[in-house]
Unconditional design. Structure first.
Length: 423
């Protein structure tokens, strides 16, 4: 059975503003106090765009005038919307989800549908896959999502609206009578306020009532919309997931470490794993990267990053890893590391013409154009033995990609990833 995930950011605008504000004031989390995202703070004009869970307890609702919200809670904290931030955070979410599969249909700035079948071989169950995705979003991006799992888009969206935040819910066909039919008709997707009021006048109060009503009667009352509401109440949805046609702006990955890394060797082993994953995705998408960024999040949640622009774009594991290590050495302050990430941007197709460096074939970093030879001392250069030329690296990576494709990602691995037997 094909399944679809509906991934929805919990209180998106408020969560994104809250996580950004924590960077400058770690003591203030807007999600934990009565707060809203709204209009002008001084004039208190505008409407409530998003609200925190504590604000909801005061009866504050999205869409109501800000002045009304302050009447309900005089000590309410209000932040103005930052649409540039929201756009960036939305892009970060889609890029993270894109590391799992390209079969994603984004339907708004804070929600999308994802096909499960392309990633099903990697997980023991749909629930474990959804939980992994939600955990990575929380730990990497600093906000939470709900994931609904169902056989179609309608039910997946209904499931994601169940209890929040940071939850995974299923709504399989057999679960409809238990999980969906007891709900008010007002909670059924695509049933507006006026339609809901008319249904209630007709004695149809729950989704179950609607599901058991005569479709012909509903069509007589609501025309074609009556049949659609009846189908939705019975979990019927004919719409298909249509992946967005994205032009790749960046490919990256990050990981939260089970235990903080305290040495460069520990961190660089993680960077090697990330380099393999990111370079593999570059090759799968037939892309080359001009810009490399390394991100570090410390155990106290402070974050920092550094990037470099390459003269010659790359997609090989060794070149990406060497570049990431150089950036890491410049960036790391010696504190325990909670998260590491590598991101590639300014991508181009690997079929486009590439201007090669004069120094291709000497070292992945020279060939990648990270460092001109004049910036590297003779002693430093001599400490790095010549590496295989780029063509050999490409052939090696292609061979490993093919083996992993046929026999699984663990069919071949670097010796550094093997666990040494205890003596």
């Amino acid at each position: 059975m094909d399944l679809i995930f509906h991934i929805d950011v919990n209180s998106a605008f408020l969560s994104w503003s809250a996580s950004e504000k924590l960077k400058s004031d770690p003591s203030l989390d807007l999600r934990t106090i009565p707060s809203i995202i709204g209009g002008d703070q001084k004039s208190r004009h505008g409407v409530v765009l998003a609200k925190s869970v504590p604000a909801k307890k005061y009866g504050i609702q999205t869409g109501e005038p800000v002045v009304n919200a302050f009447r309900k809670c005089p000590f309410l904290v209000m932040e103005p919307p930052d649409h540039r931030l929201y756009h960036r955070r939305s892009q970060e979410l889609m890029e993270l989800l894109g590391s799992y599969t390209s079969d994603i249909e984004q339907v708004s700035i804070d929600e999308c549908y994802m096909a499960y079948s392309p990633i099903s071989h990697r997980f023991s169950s749909p629930e474990s896959a959804a939980r992994k995705i939600a955990d990575q979003v929380r730990d990497t991006l600093g906000f939470t999502v709900n994931v609904g799992i169902a056989p179609n888009k309608l039910l997946a969206k209904m499931a994601s609206d169940f209890e929040k935040p940071d939850r995974v819910h299923t709504l399989y066909k057999t679960e409809i009578p238990i999980k969906m039919w007891p709900l008010s008709v007002r909670e059924l997707f695509m049933v507006g306020k006026s339609s809901a009021a008319r249904l209630e006048e007709l004695g149809i109060h729950t989704i179950g009532d609607l599901a058991h009503a005569s479709p012909e009667f509903l069509e007589a009352q609501f025309k074609s919309q009556g049949r659609v509401m009846w189908e939705h109440a019975n979990g019927i949805d004919h719409s298909r997931l249509i992946p967005n046609d994205h032009t790749f702006k960046g490919i990256g990955n990050s990981t939260t470490l089970a235990n903080d890394a305290t040495t460069a060797a520990e961190a660089k082993k993680v960077l090697l794993q990330l380099s393999e994953q990111v370079s593999g995705r570059l090759r799968k998408k037939a892309q080359l990267a001009h810009t490399i960024t390394v991100e570090i999040k410390y155990s106290d949640f402070r974050s920092c990053s550094r990037q470099t622009q390459l003269l010659t774009p790359i997609s090989t594991t060794d070149a990406l890893y060497d570049c990431a290590c150089r950036l890491f050495d410049e960036l790391w302050n010696g504190a325990p590391i909670r998260l590491l990430g590598i991101r590639t941007t300014k991508l181009q197709s690997n079929t486009d013409p590439v201007q090669l460096s004069l120094f291709d074939g000497d070292s992945p970093l020279f060939s990648a154009g990270v460092f001109e030879p004049s910036t590297v001392s003779d002693s430093a250069a001599s400490s790095h033995p010549p590496k295989p030329d780029l063509e050999k690296q490409r052939r090696l990576d292609a061979a490993m990609d093919e083996i992993k494709k046929k026999f699984g990602k663990d069919a071949v691995m670097r010796g550094s990833f093997l666990k040494r037997p205890k003596s």
